[in-house]
Design a protein around this ligand. Structure first.
Ligand SMILES: [Cu+2]
Length: 130
């Protein structure tokens, strides 16, 4: 009985897929998506005098991410003590920083590499949710 219901569901799903023009390729790409979850999400952050873009990001507590940092003008700093990040962003190459936040809350990342008159206000917000 159970098997019959299961089979009927498969038939129904197959018919639905066919009706919607969904091919097996879609299923395959969904499988790839599932395995991609093992790899950390990459978030690109661009630095320039005197801001970071985006100026706010949200991370999940315990979830590893890669922050892919670039600078379009000069060397900037990228520092947050609570997030255990302290690096420089060179202006000639991409810098990847692995982060796994262990505390929820709002944190500020600052440029701690003096870069000019607006340097003191060069920061971004990182929100870590449970
Ligand atoms: Cu700076």
């Amino acid at each position: 009985m159970k098997t019959t219901i299961f089979k009927n569901k498969i038939v129904a799903a197959t018919l639905l897929a066919a009706a919607c023009g969904i091919t097996l390729a879609t299923v395959a790409s969904k499988t790839n998506l599932a395995s991609a979850d093992v790899n950390p999400k990459v978030i690109e952050i661009a630095a320039k005098k005197f801001d970071f873009t985006p100026s706010e990001i949200t991370l999940k507590k315990g979830e590893p991410v890669i922050l892919r940092l670039t600078s379009s003008d000069r060397v900037h700093g990228f520092m947050s003590k609570p997030l255990k990040i302290d690096t420089d962003i060179p202006n000639d190459k991409t810098k990847d920083v692995a982060v796994t936040p262990d505390t929820a809350g709002d944190f500020t990342v600052i440029c701690d590499h003096y870069c000019g008159t607006g340097h003191g206000n060069m920061k971004m917000k990182v929100t870590v949710v449970e």
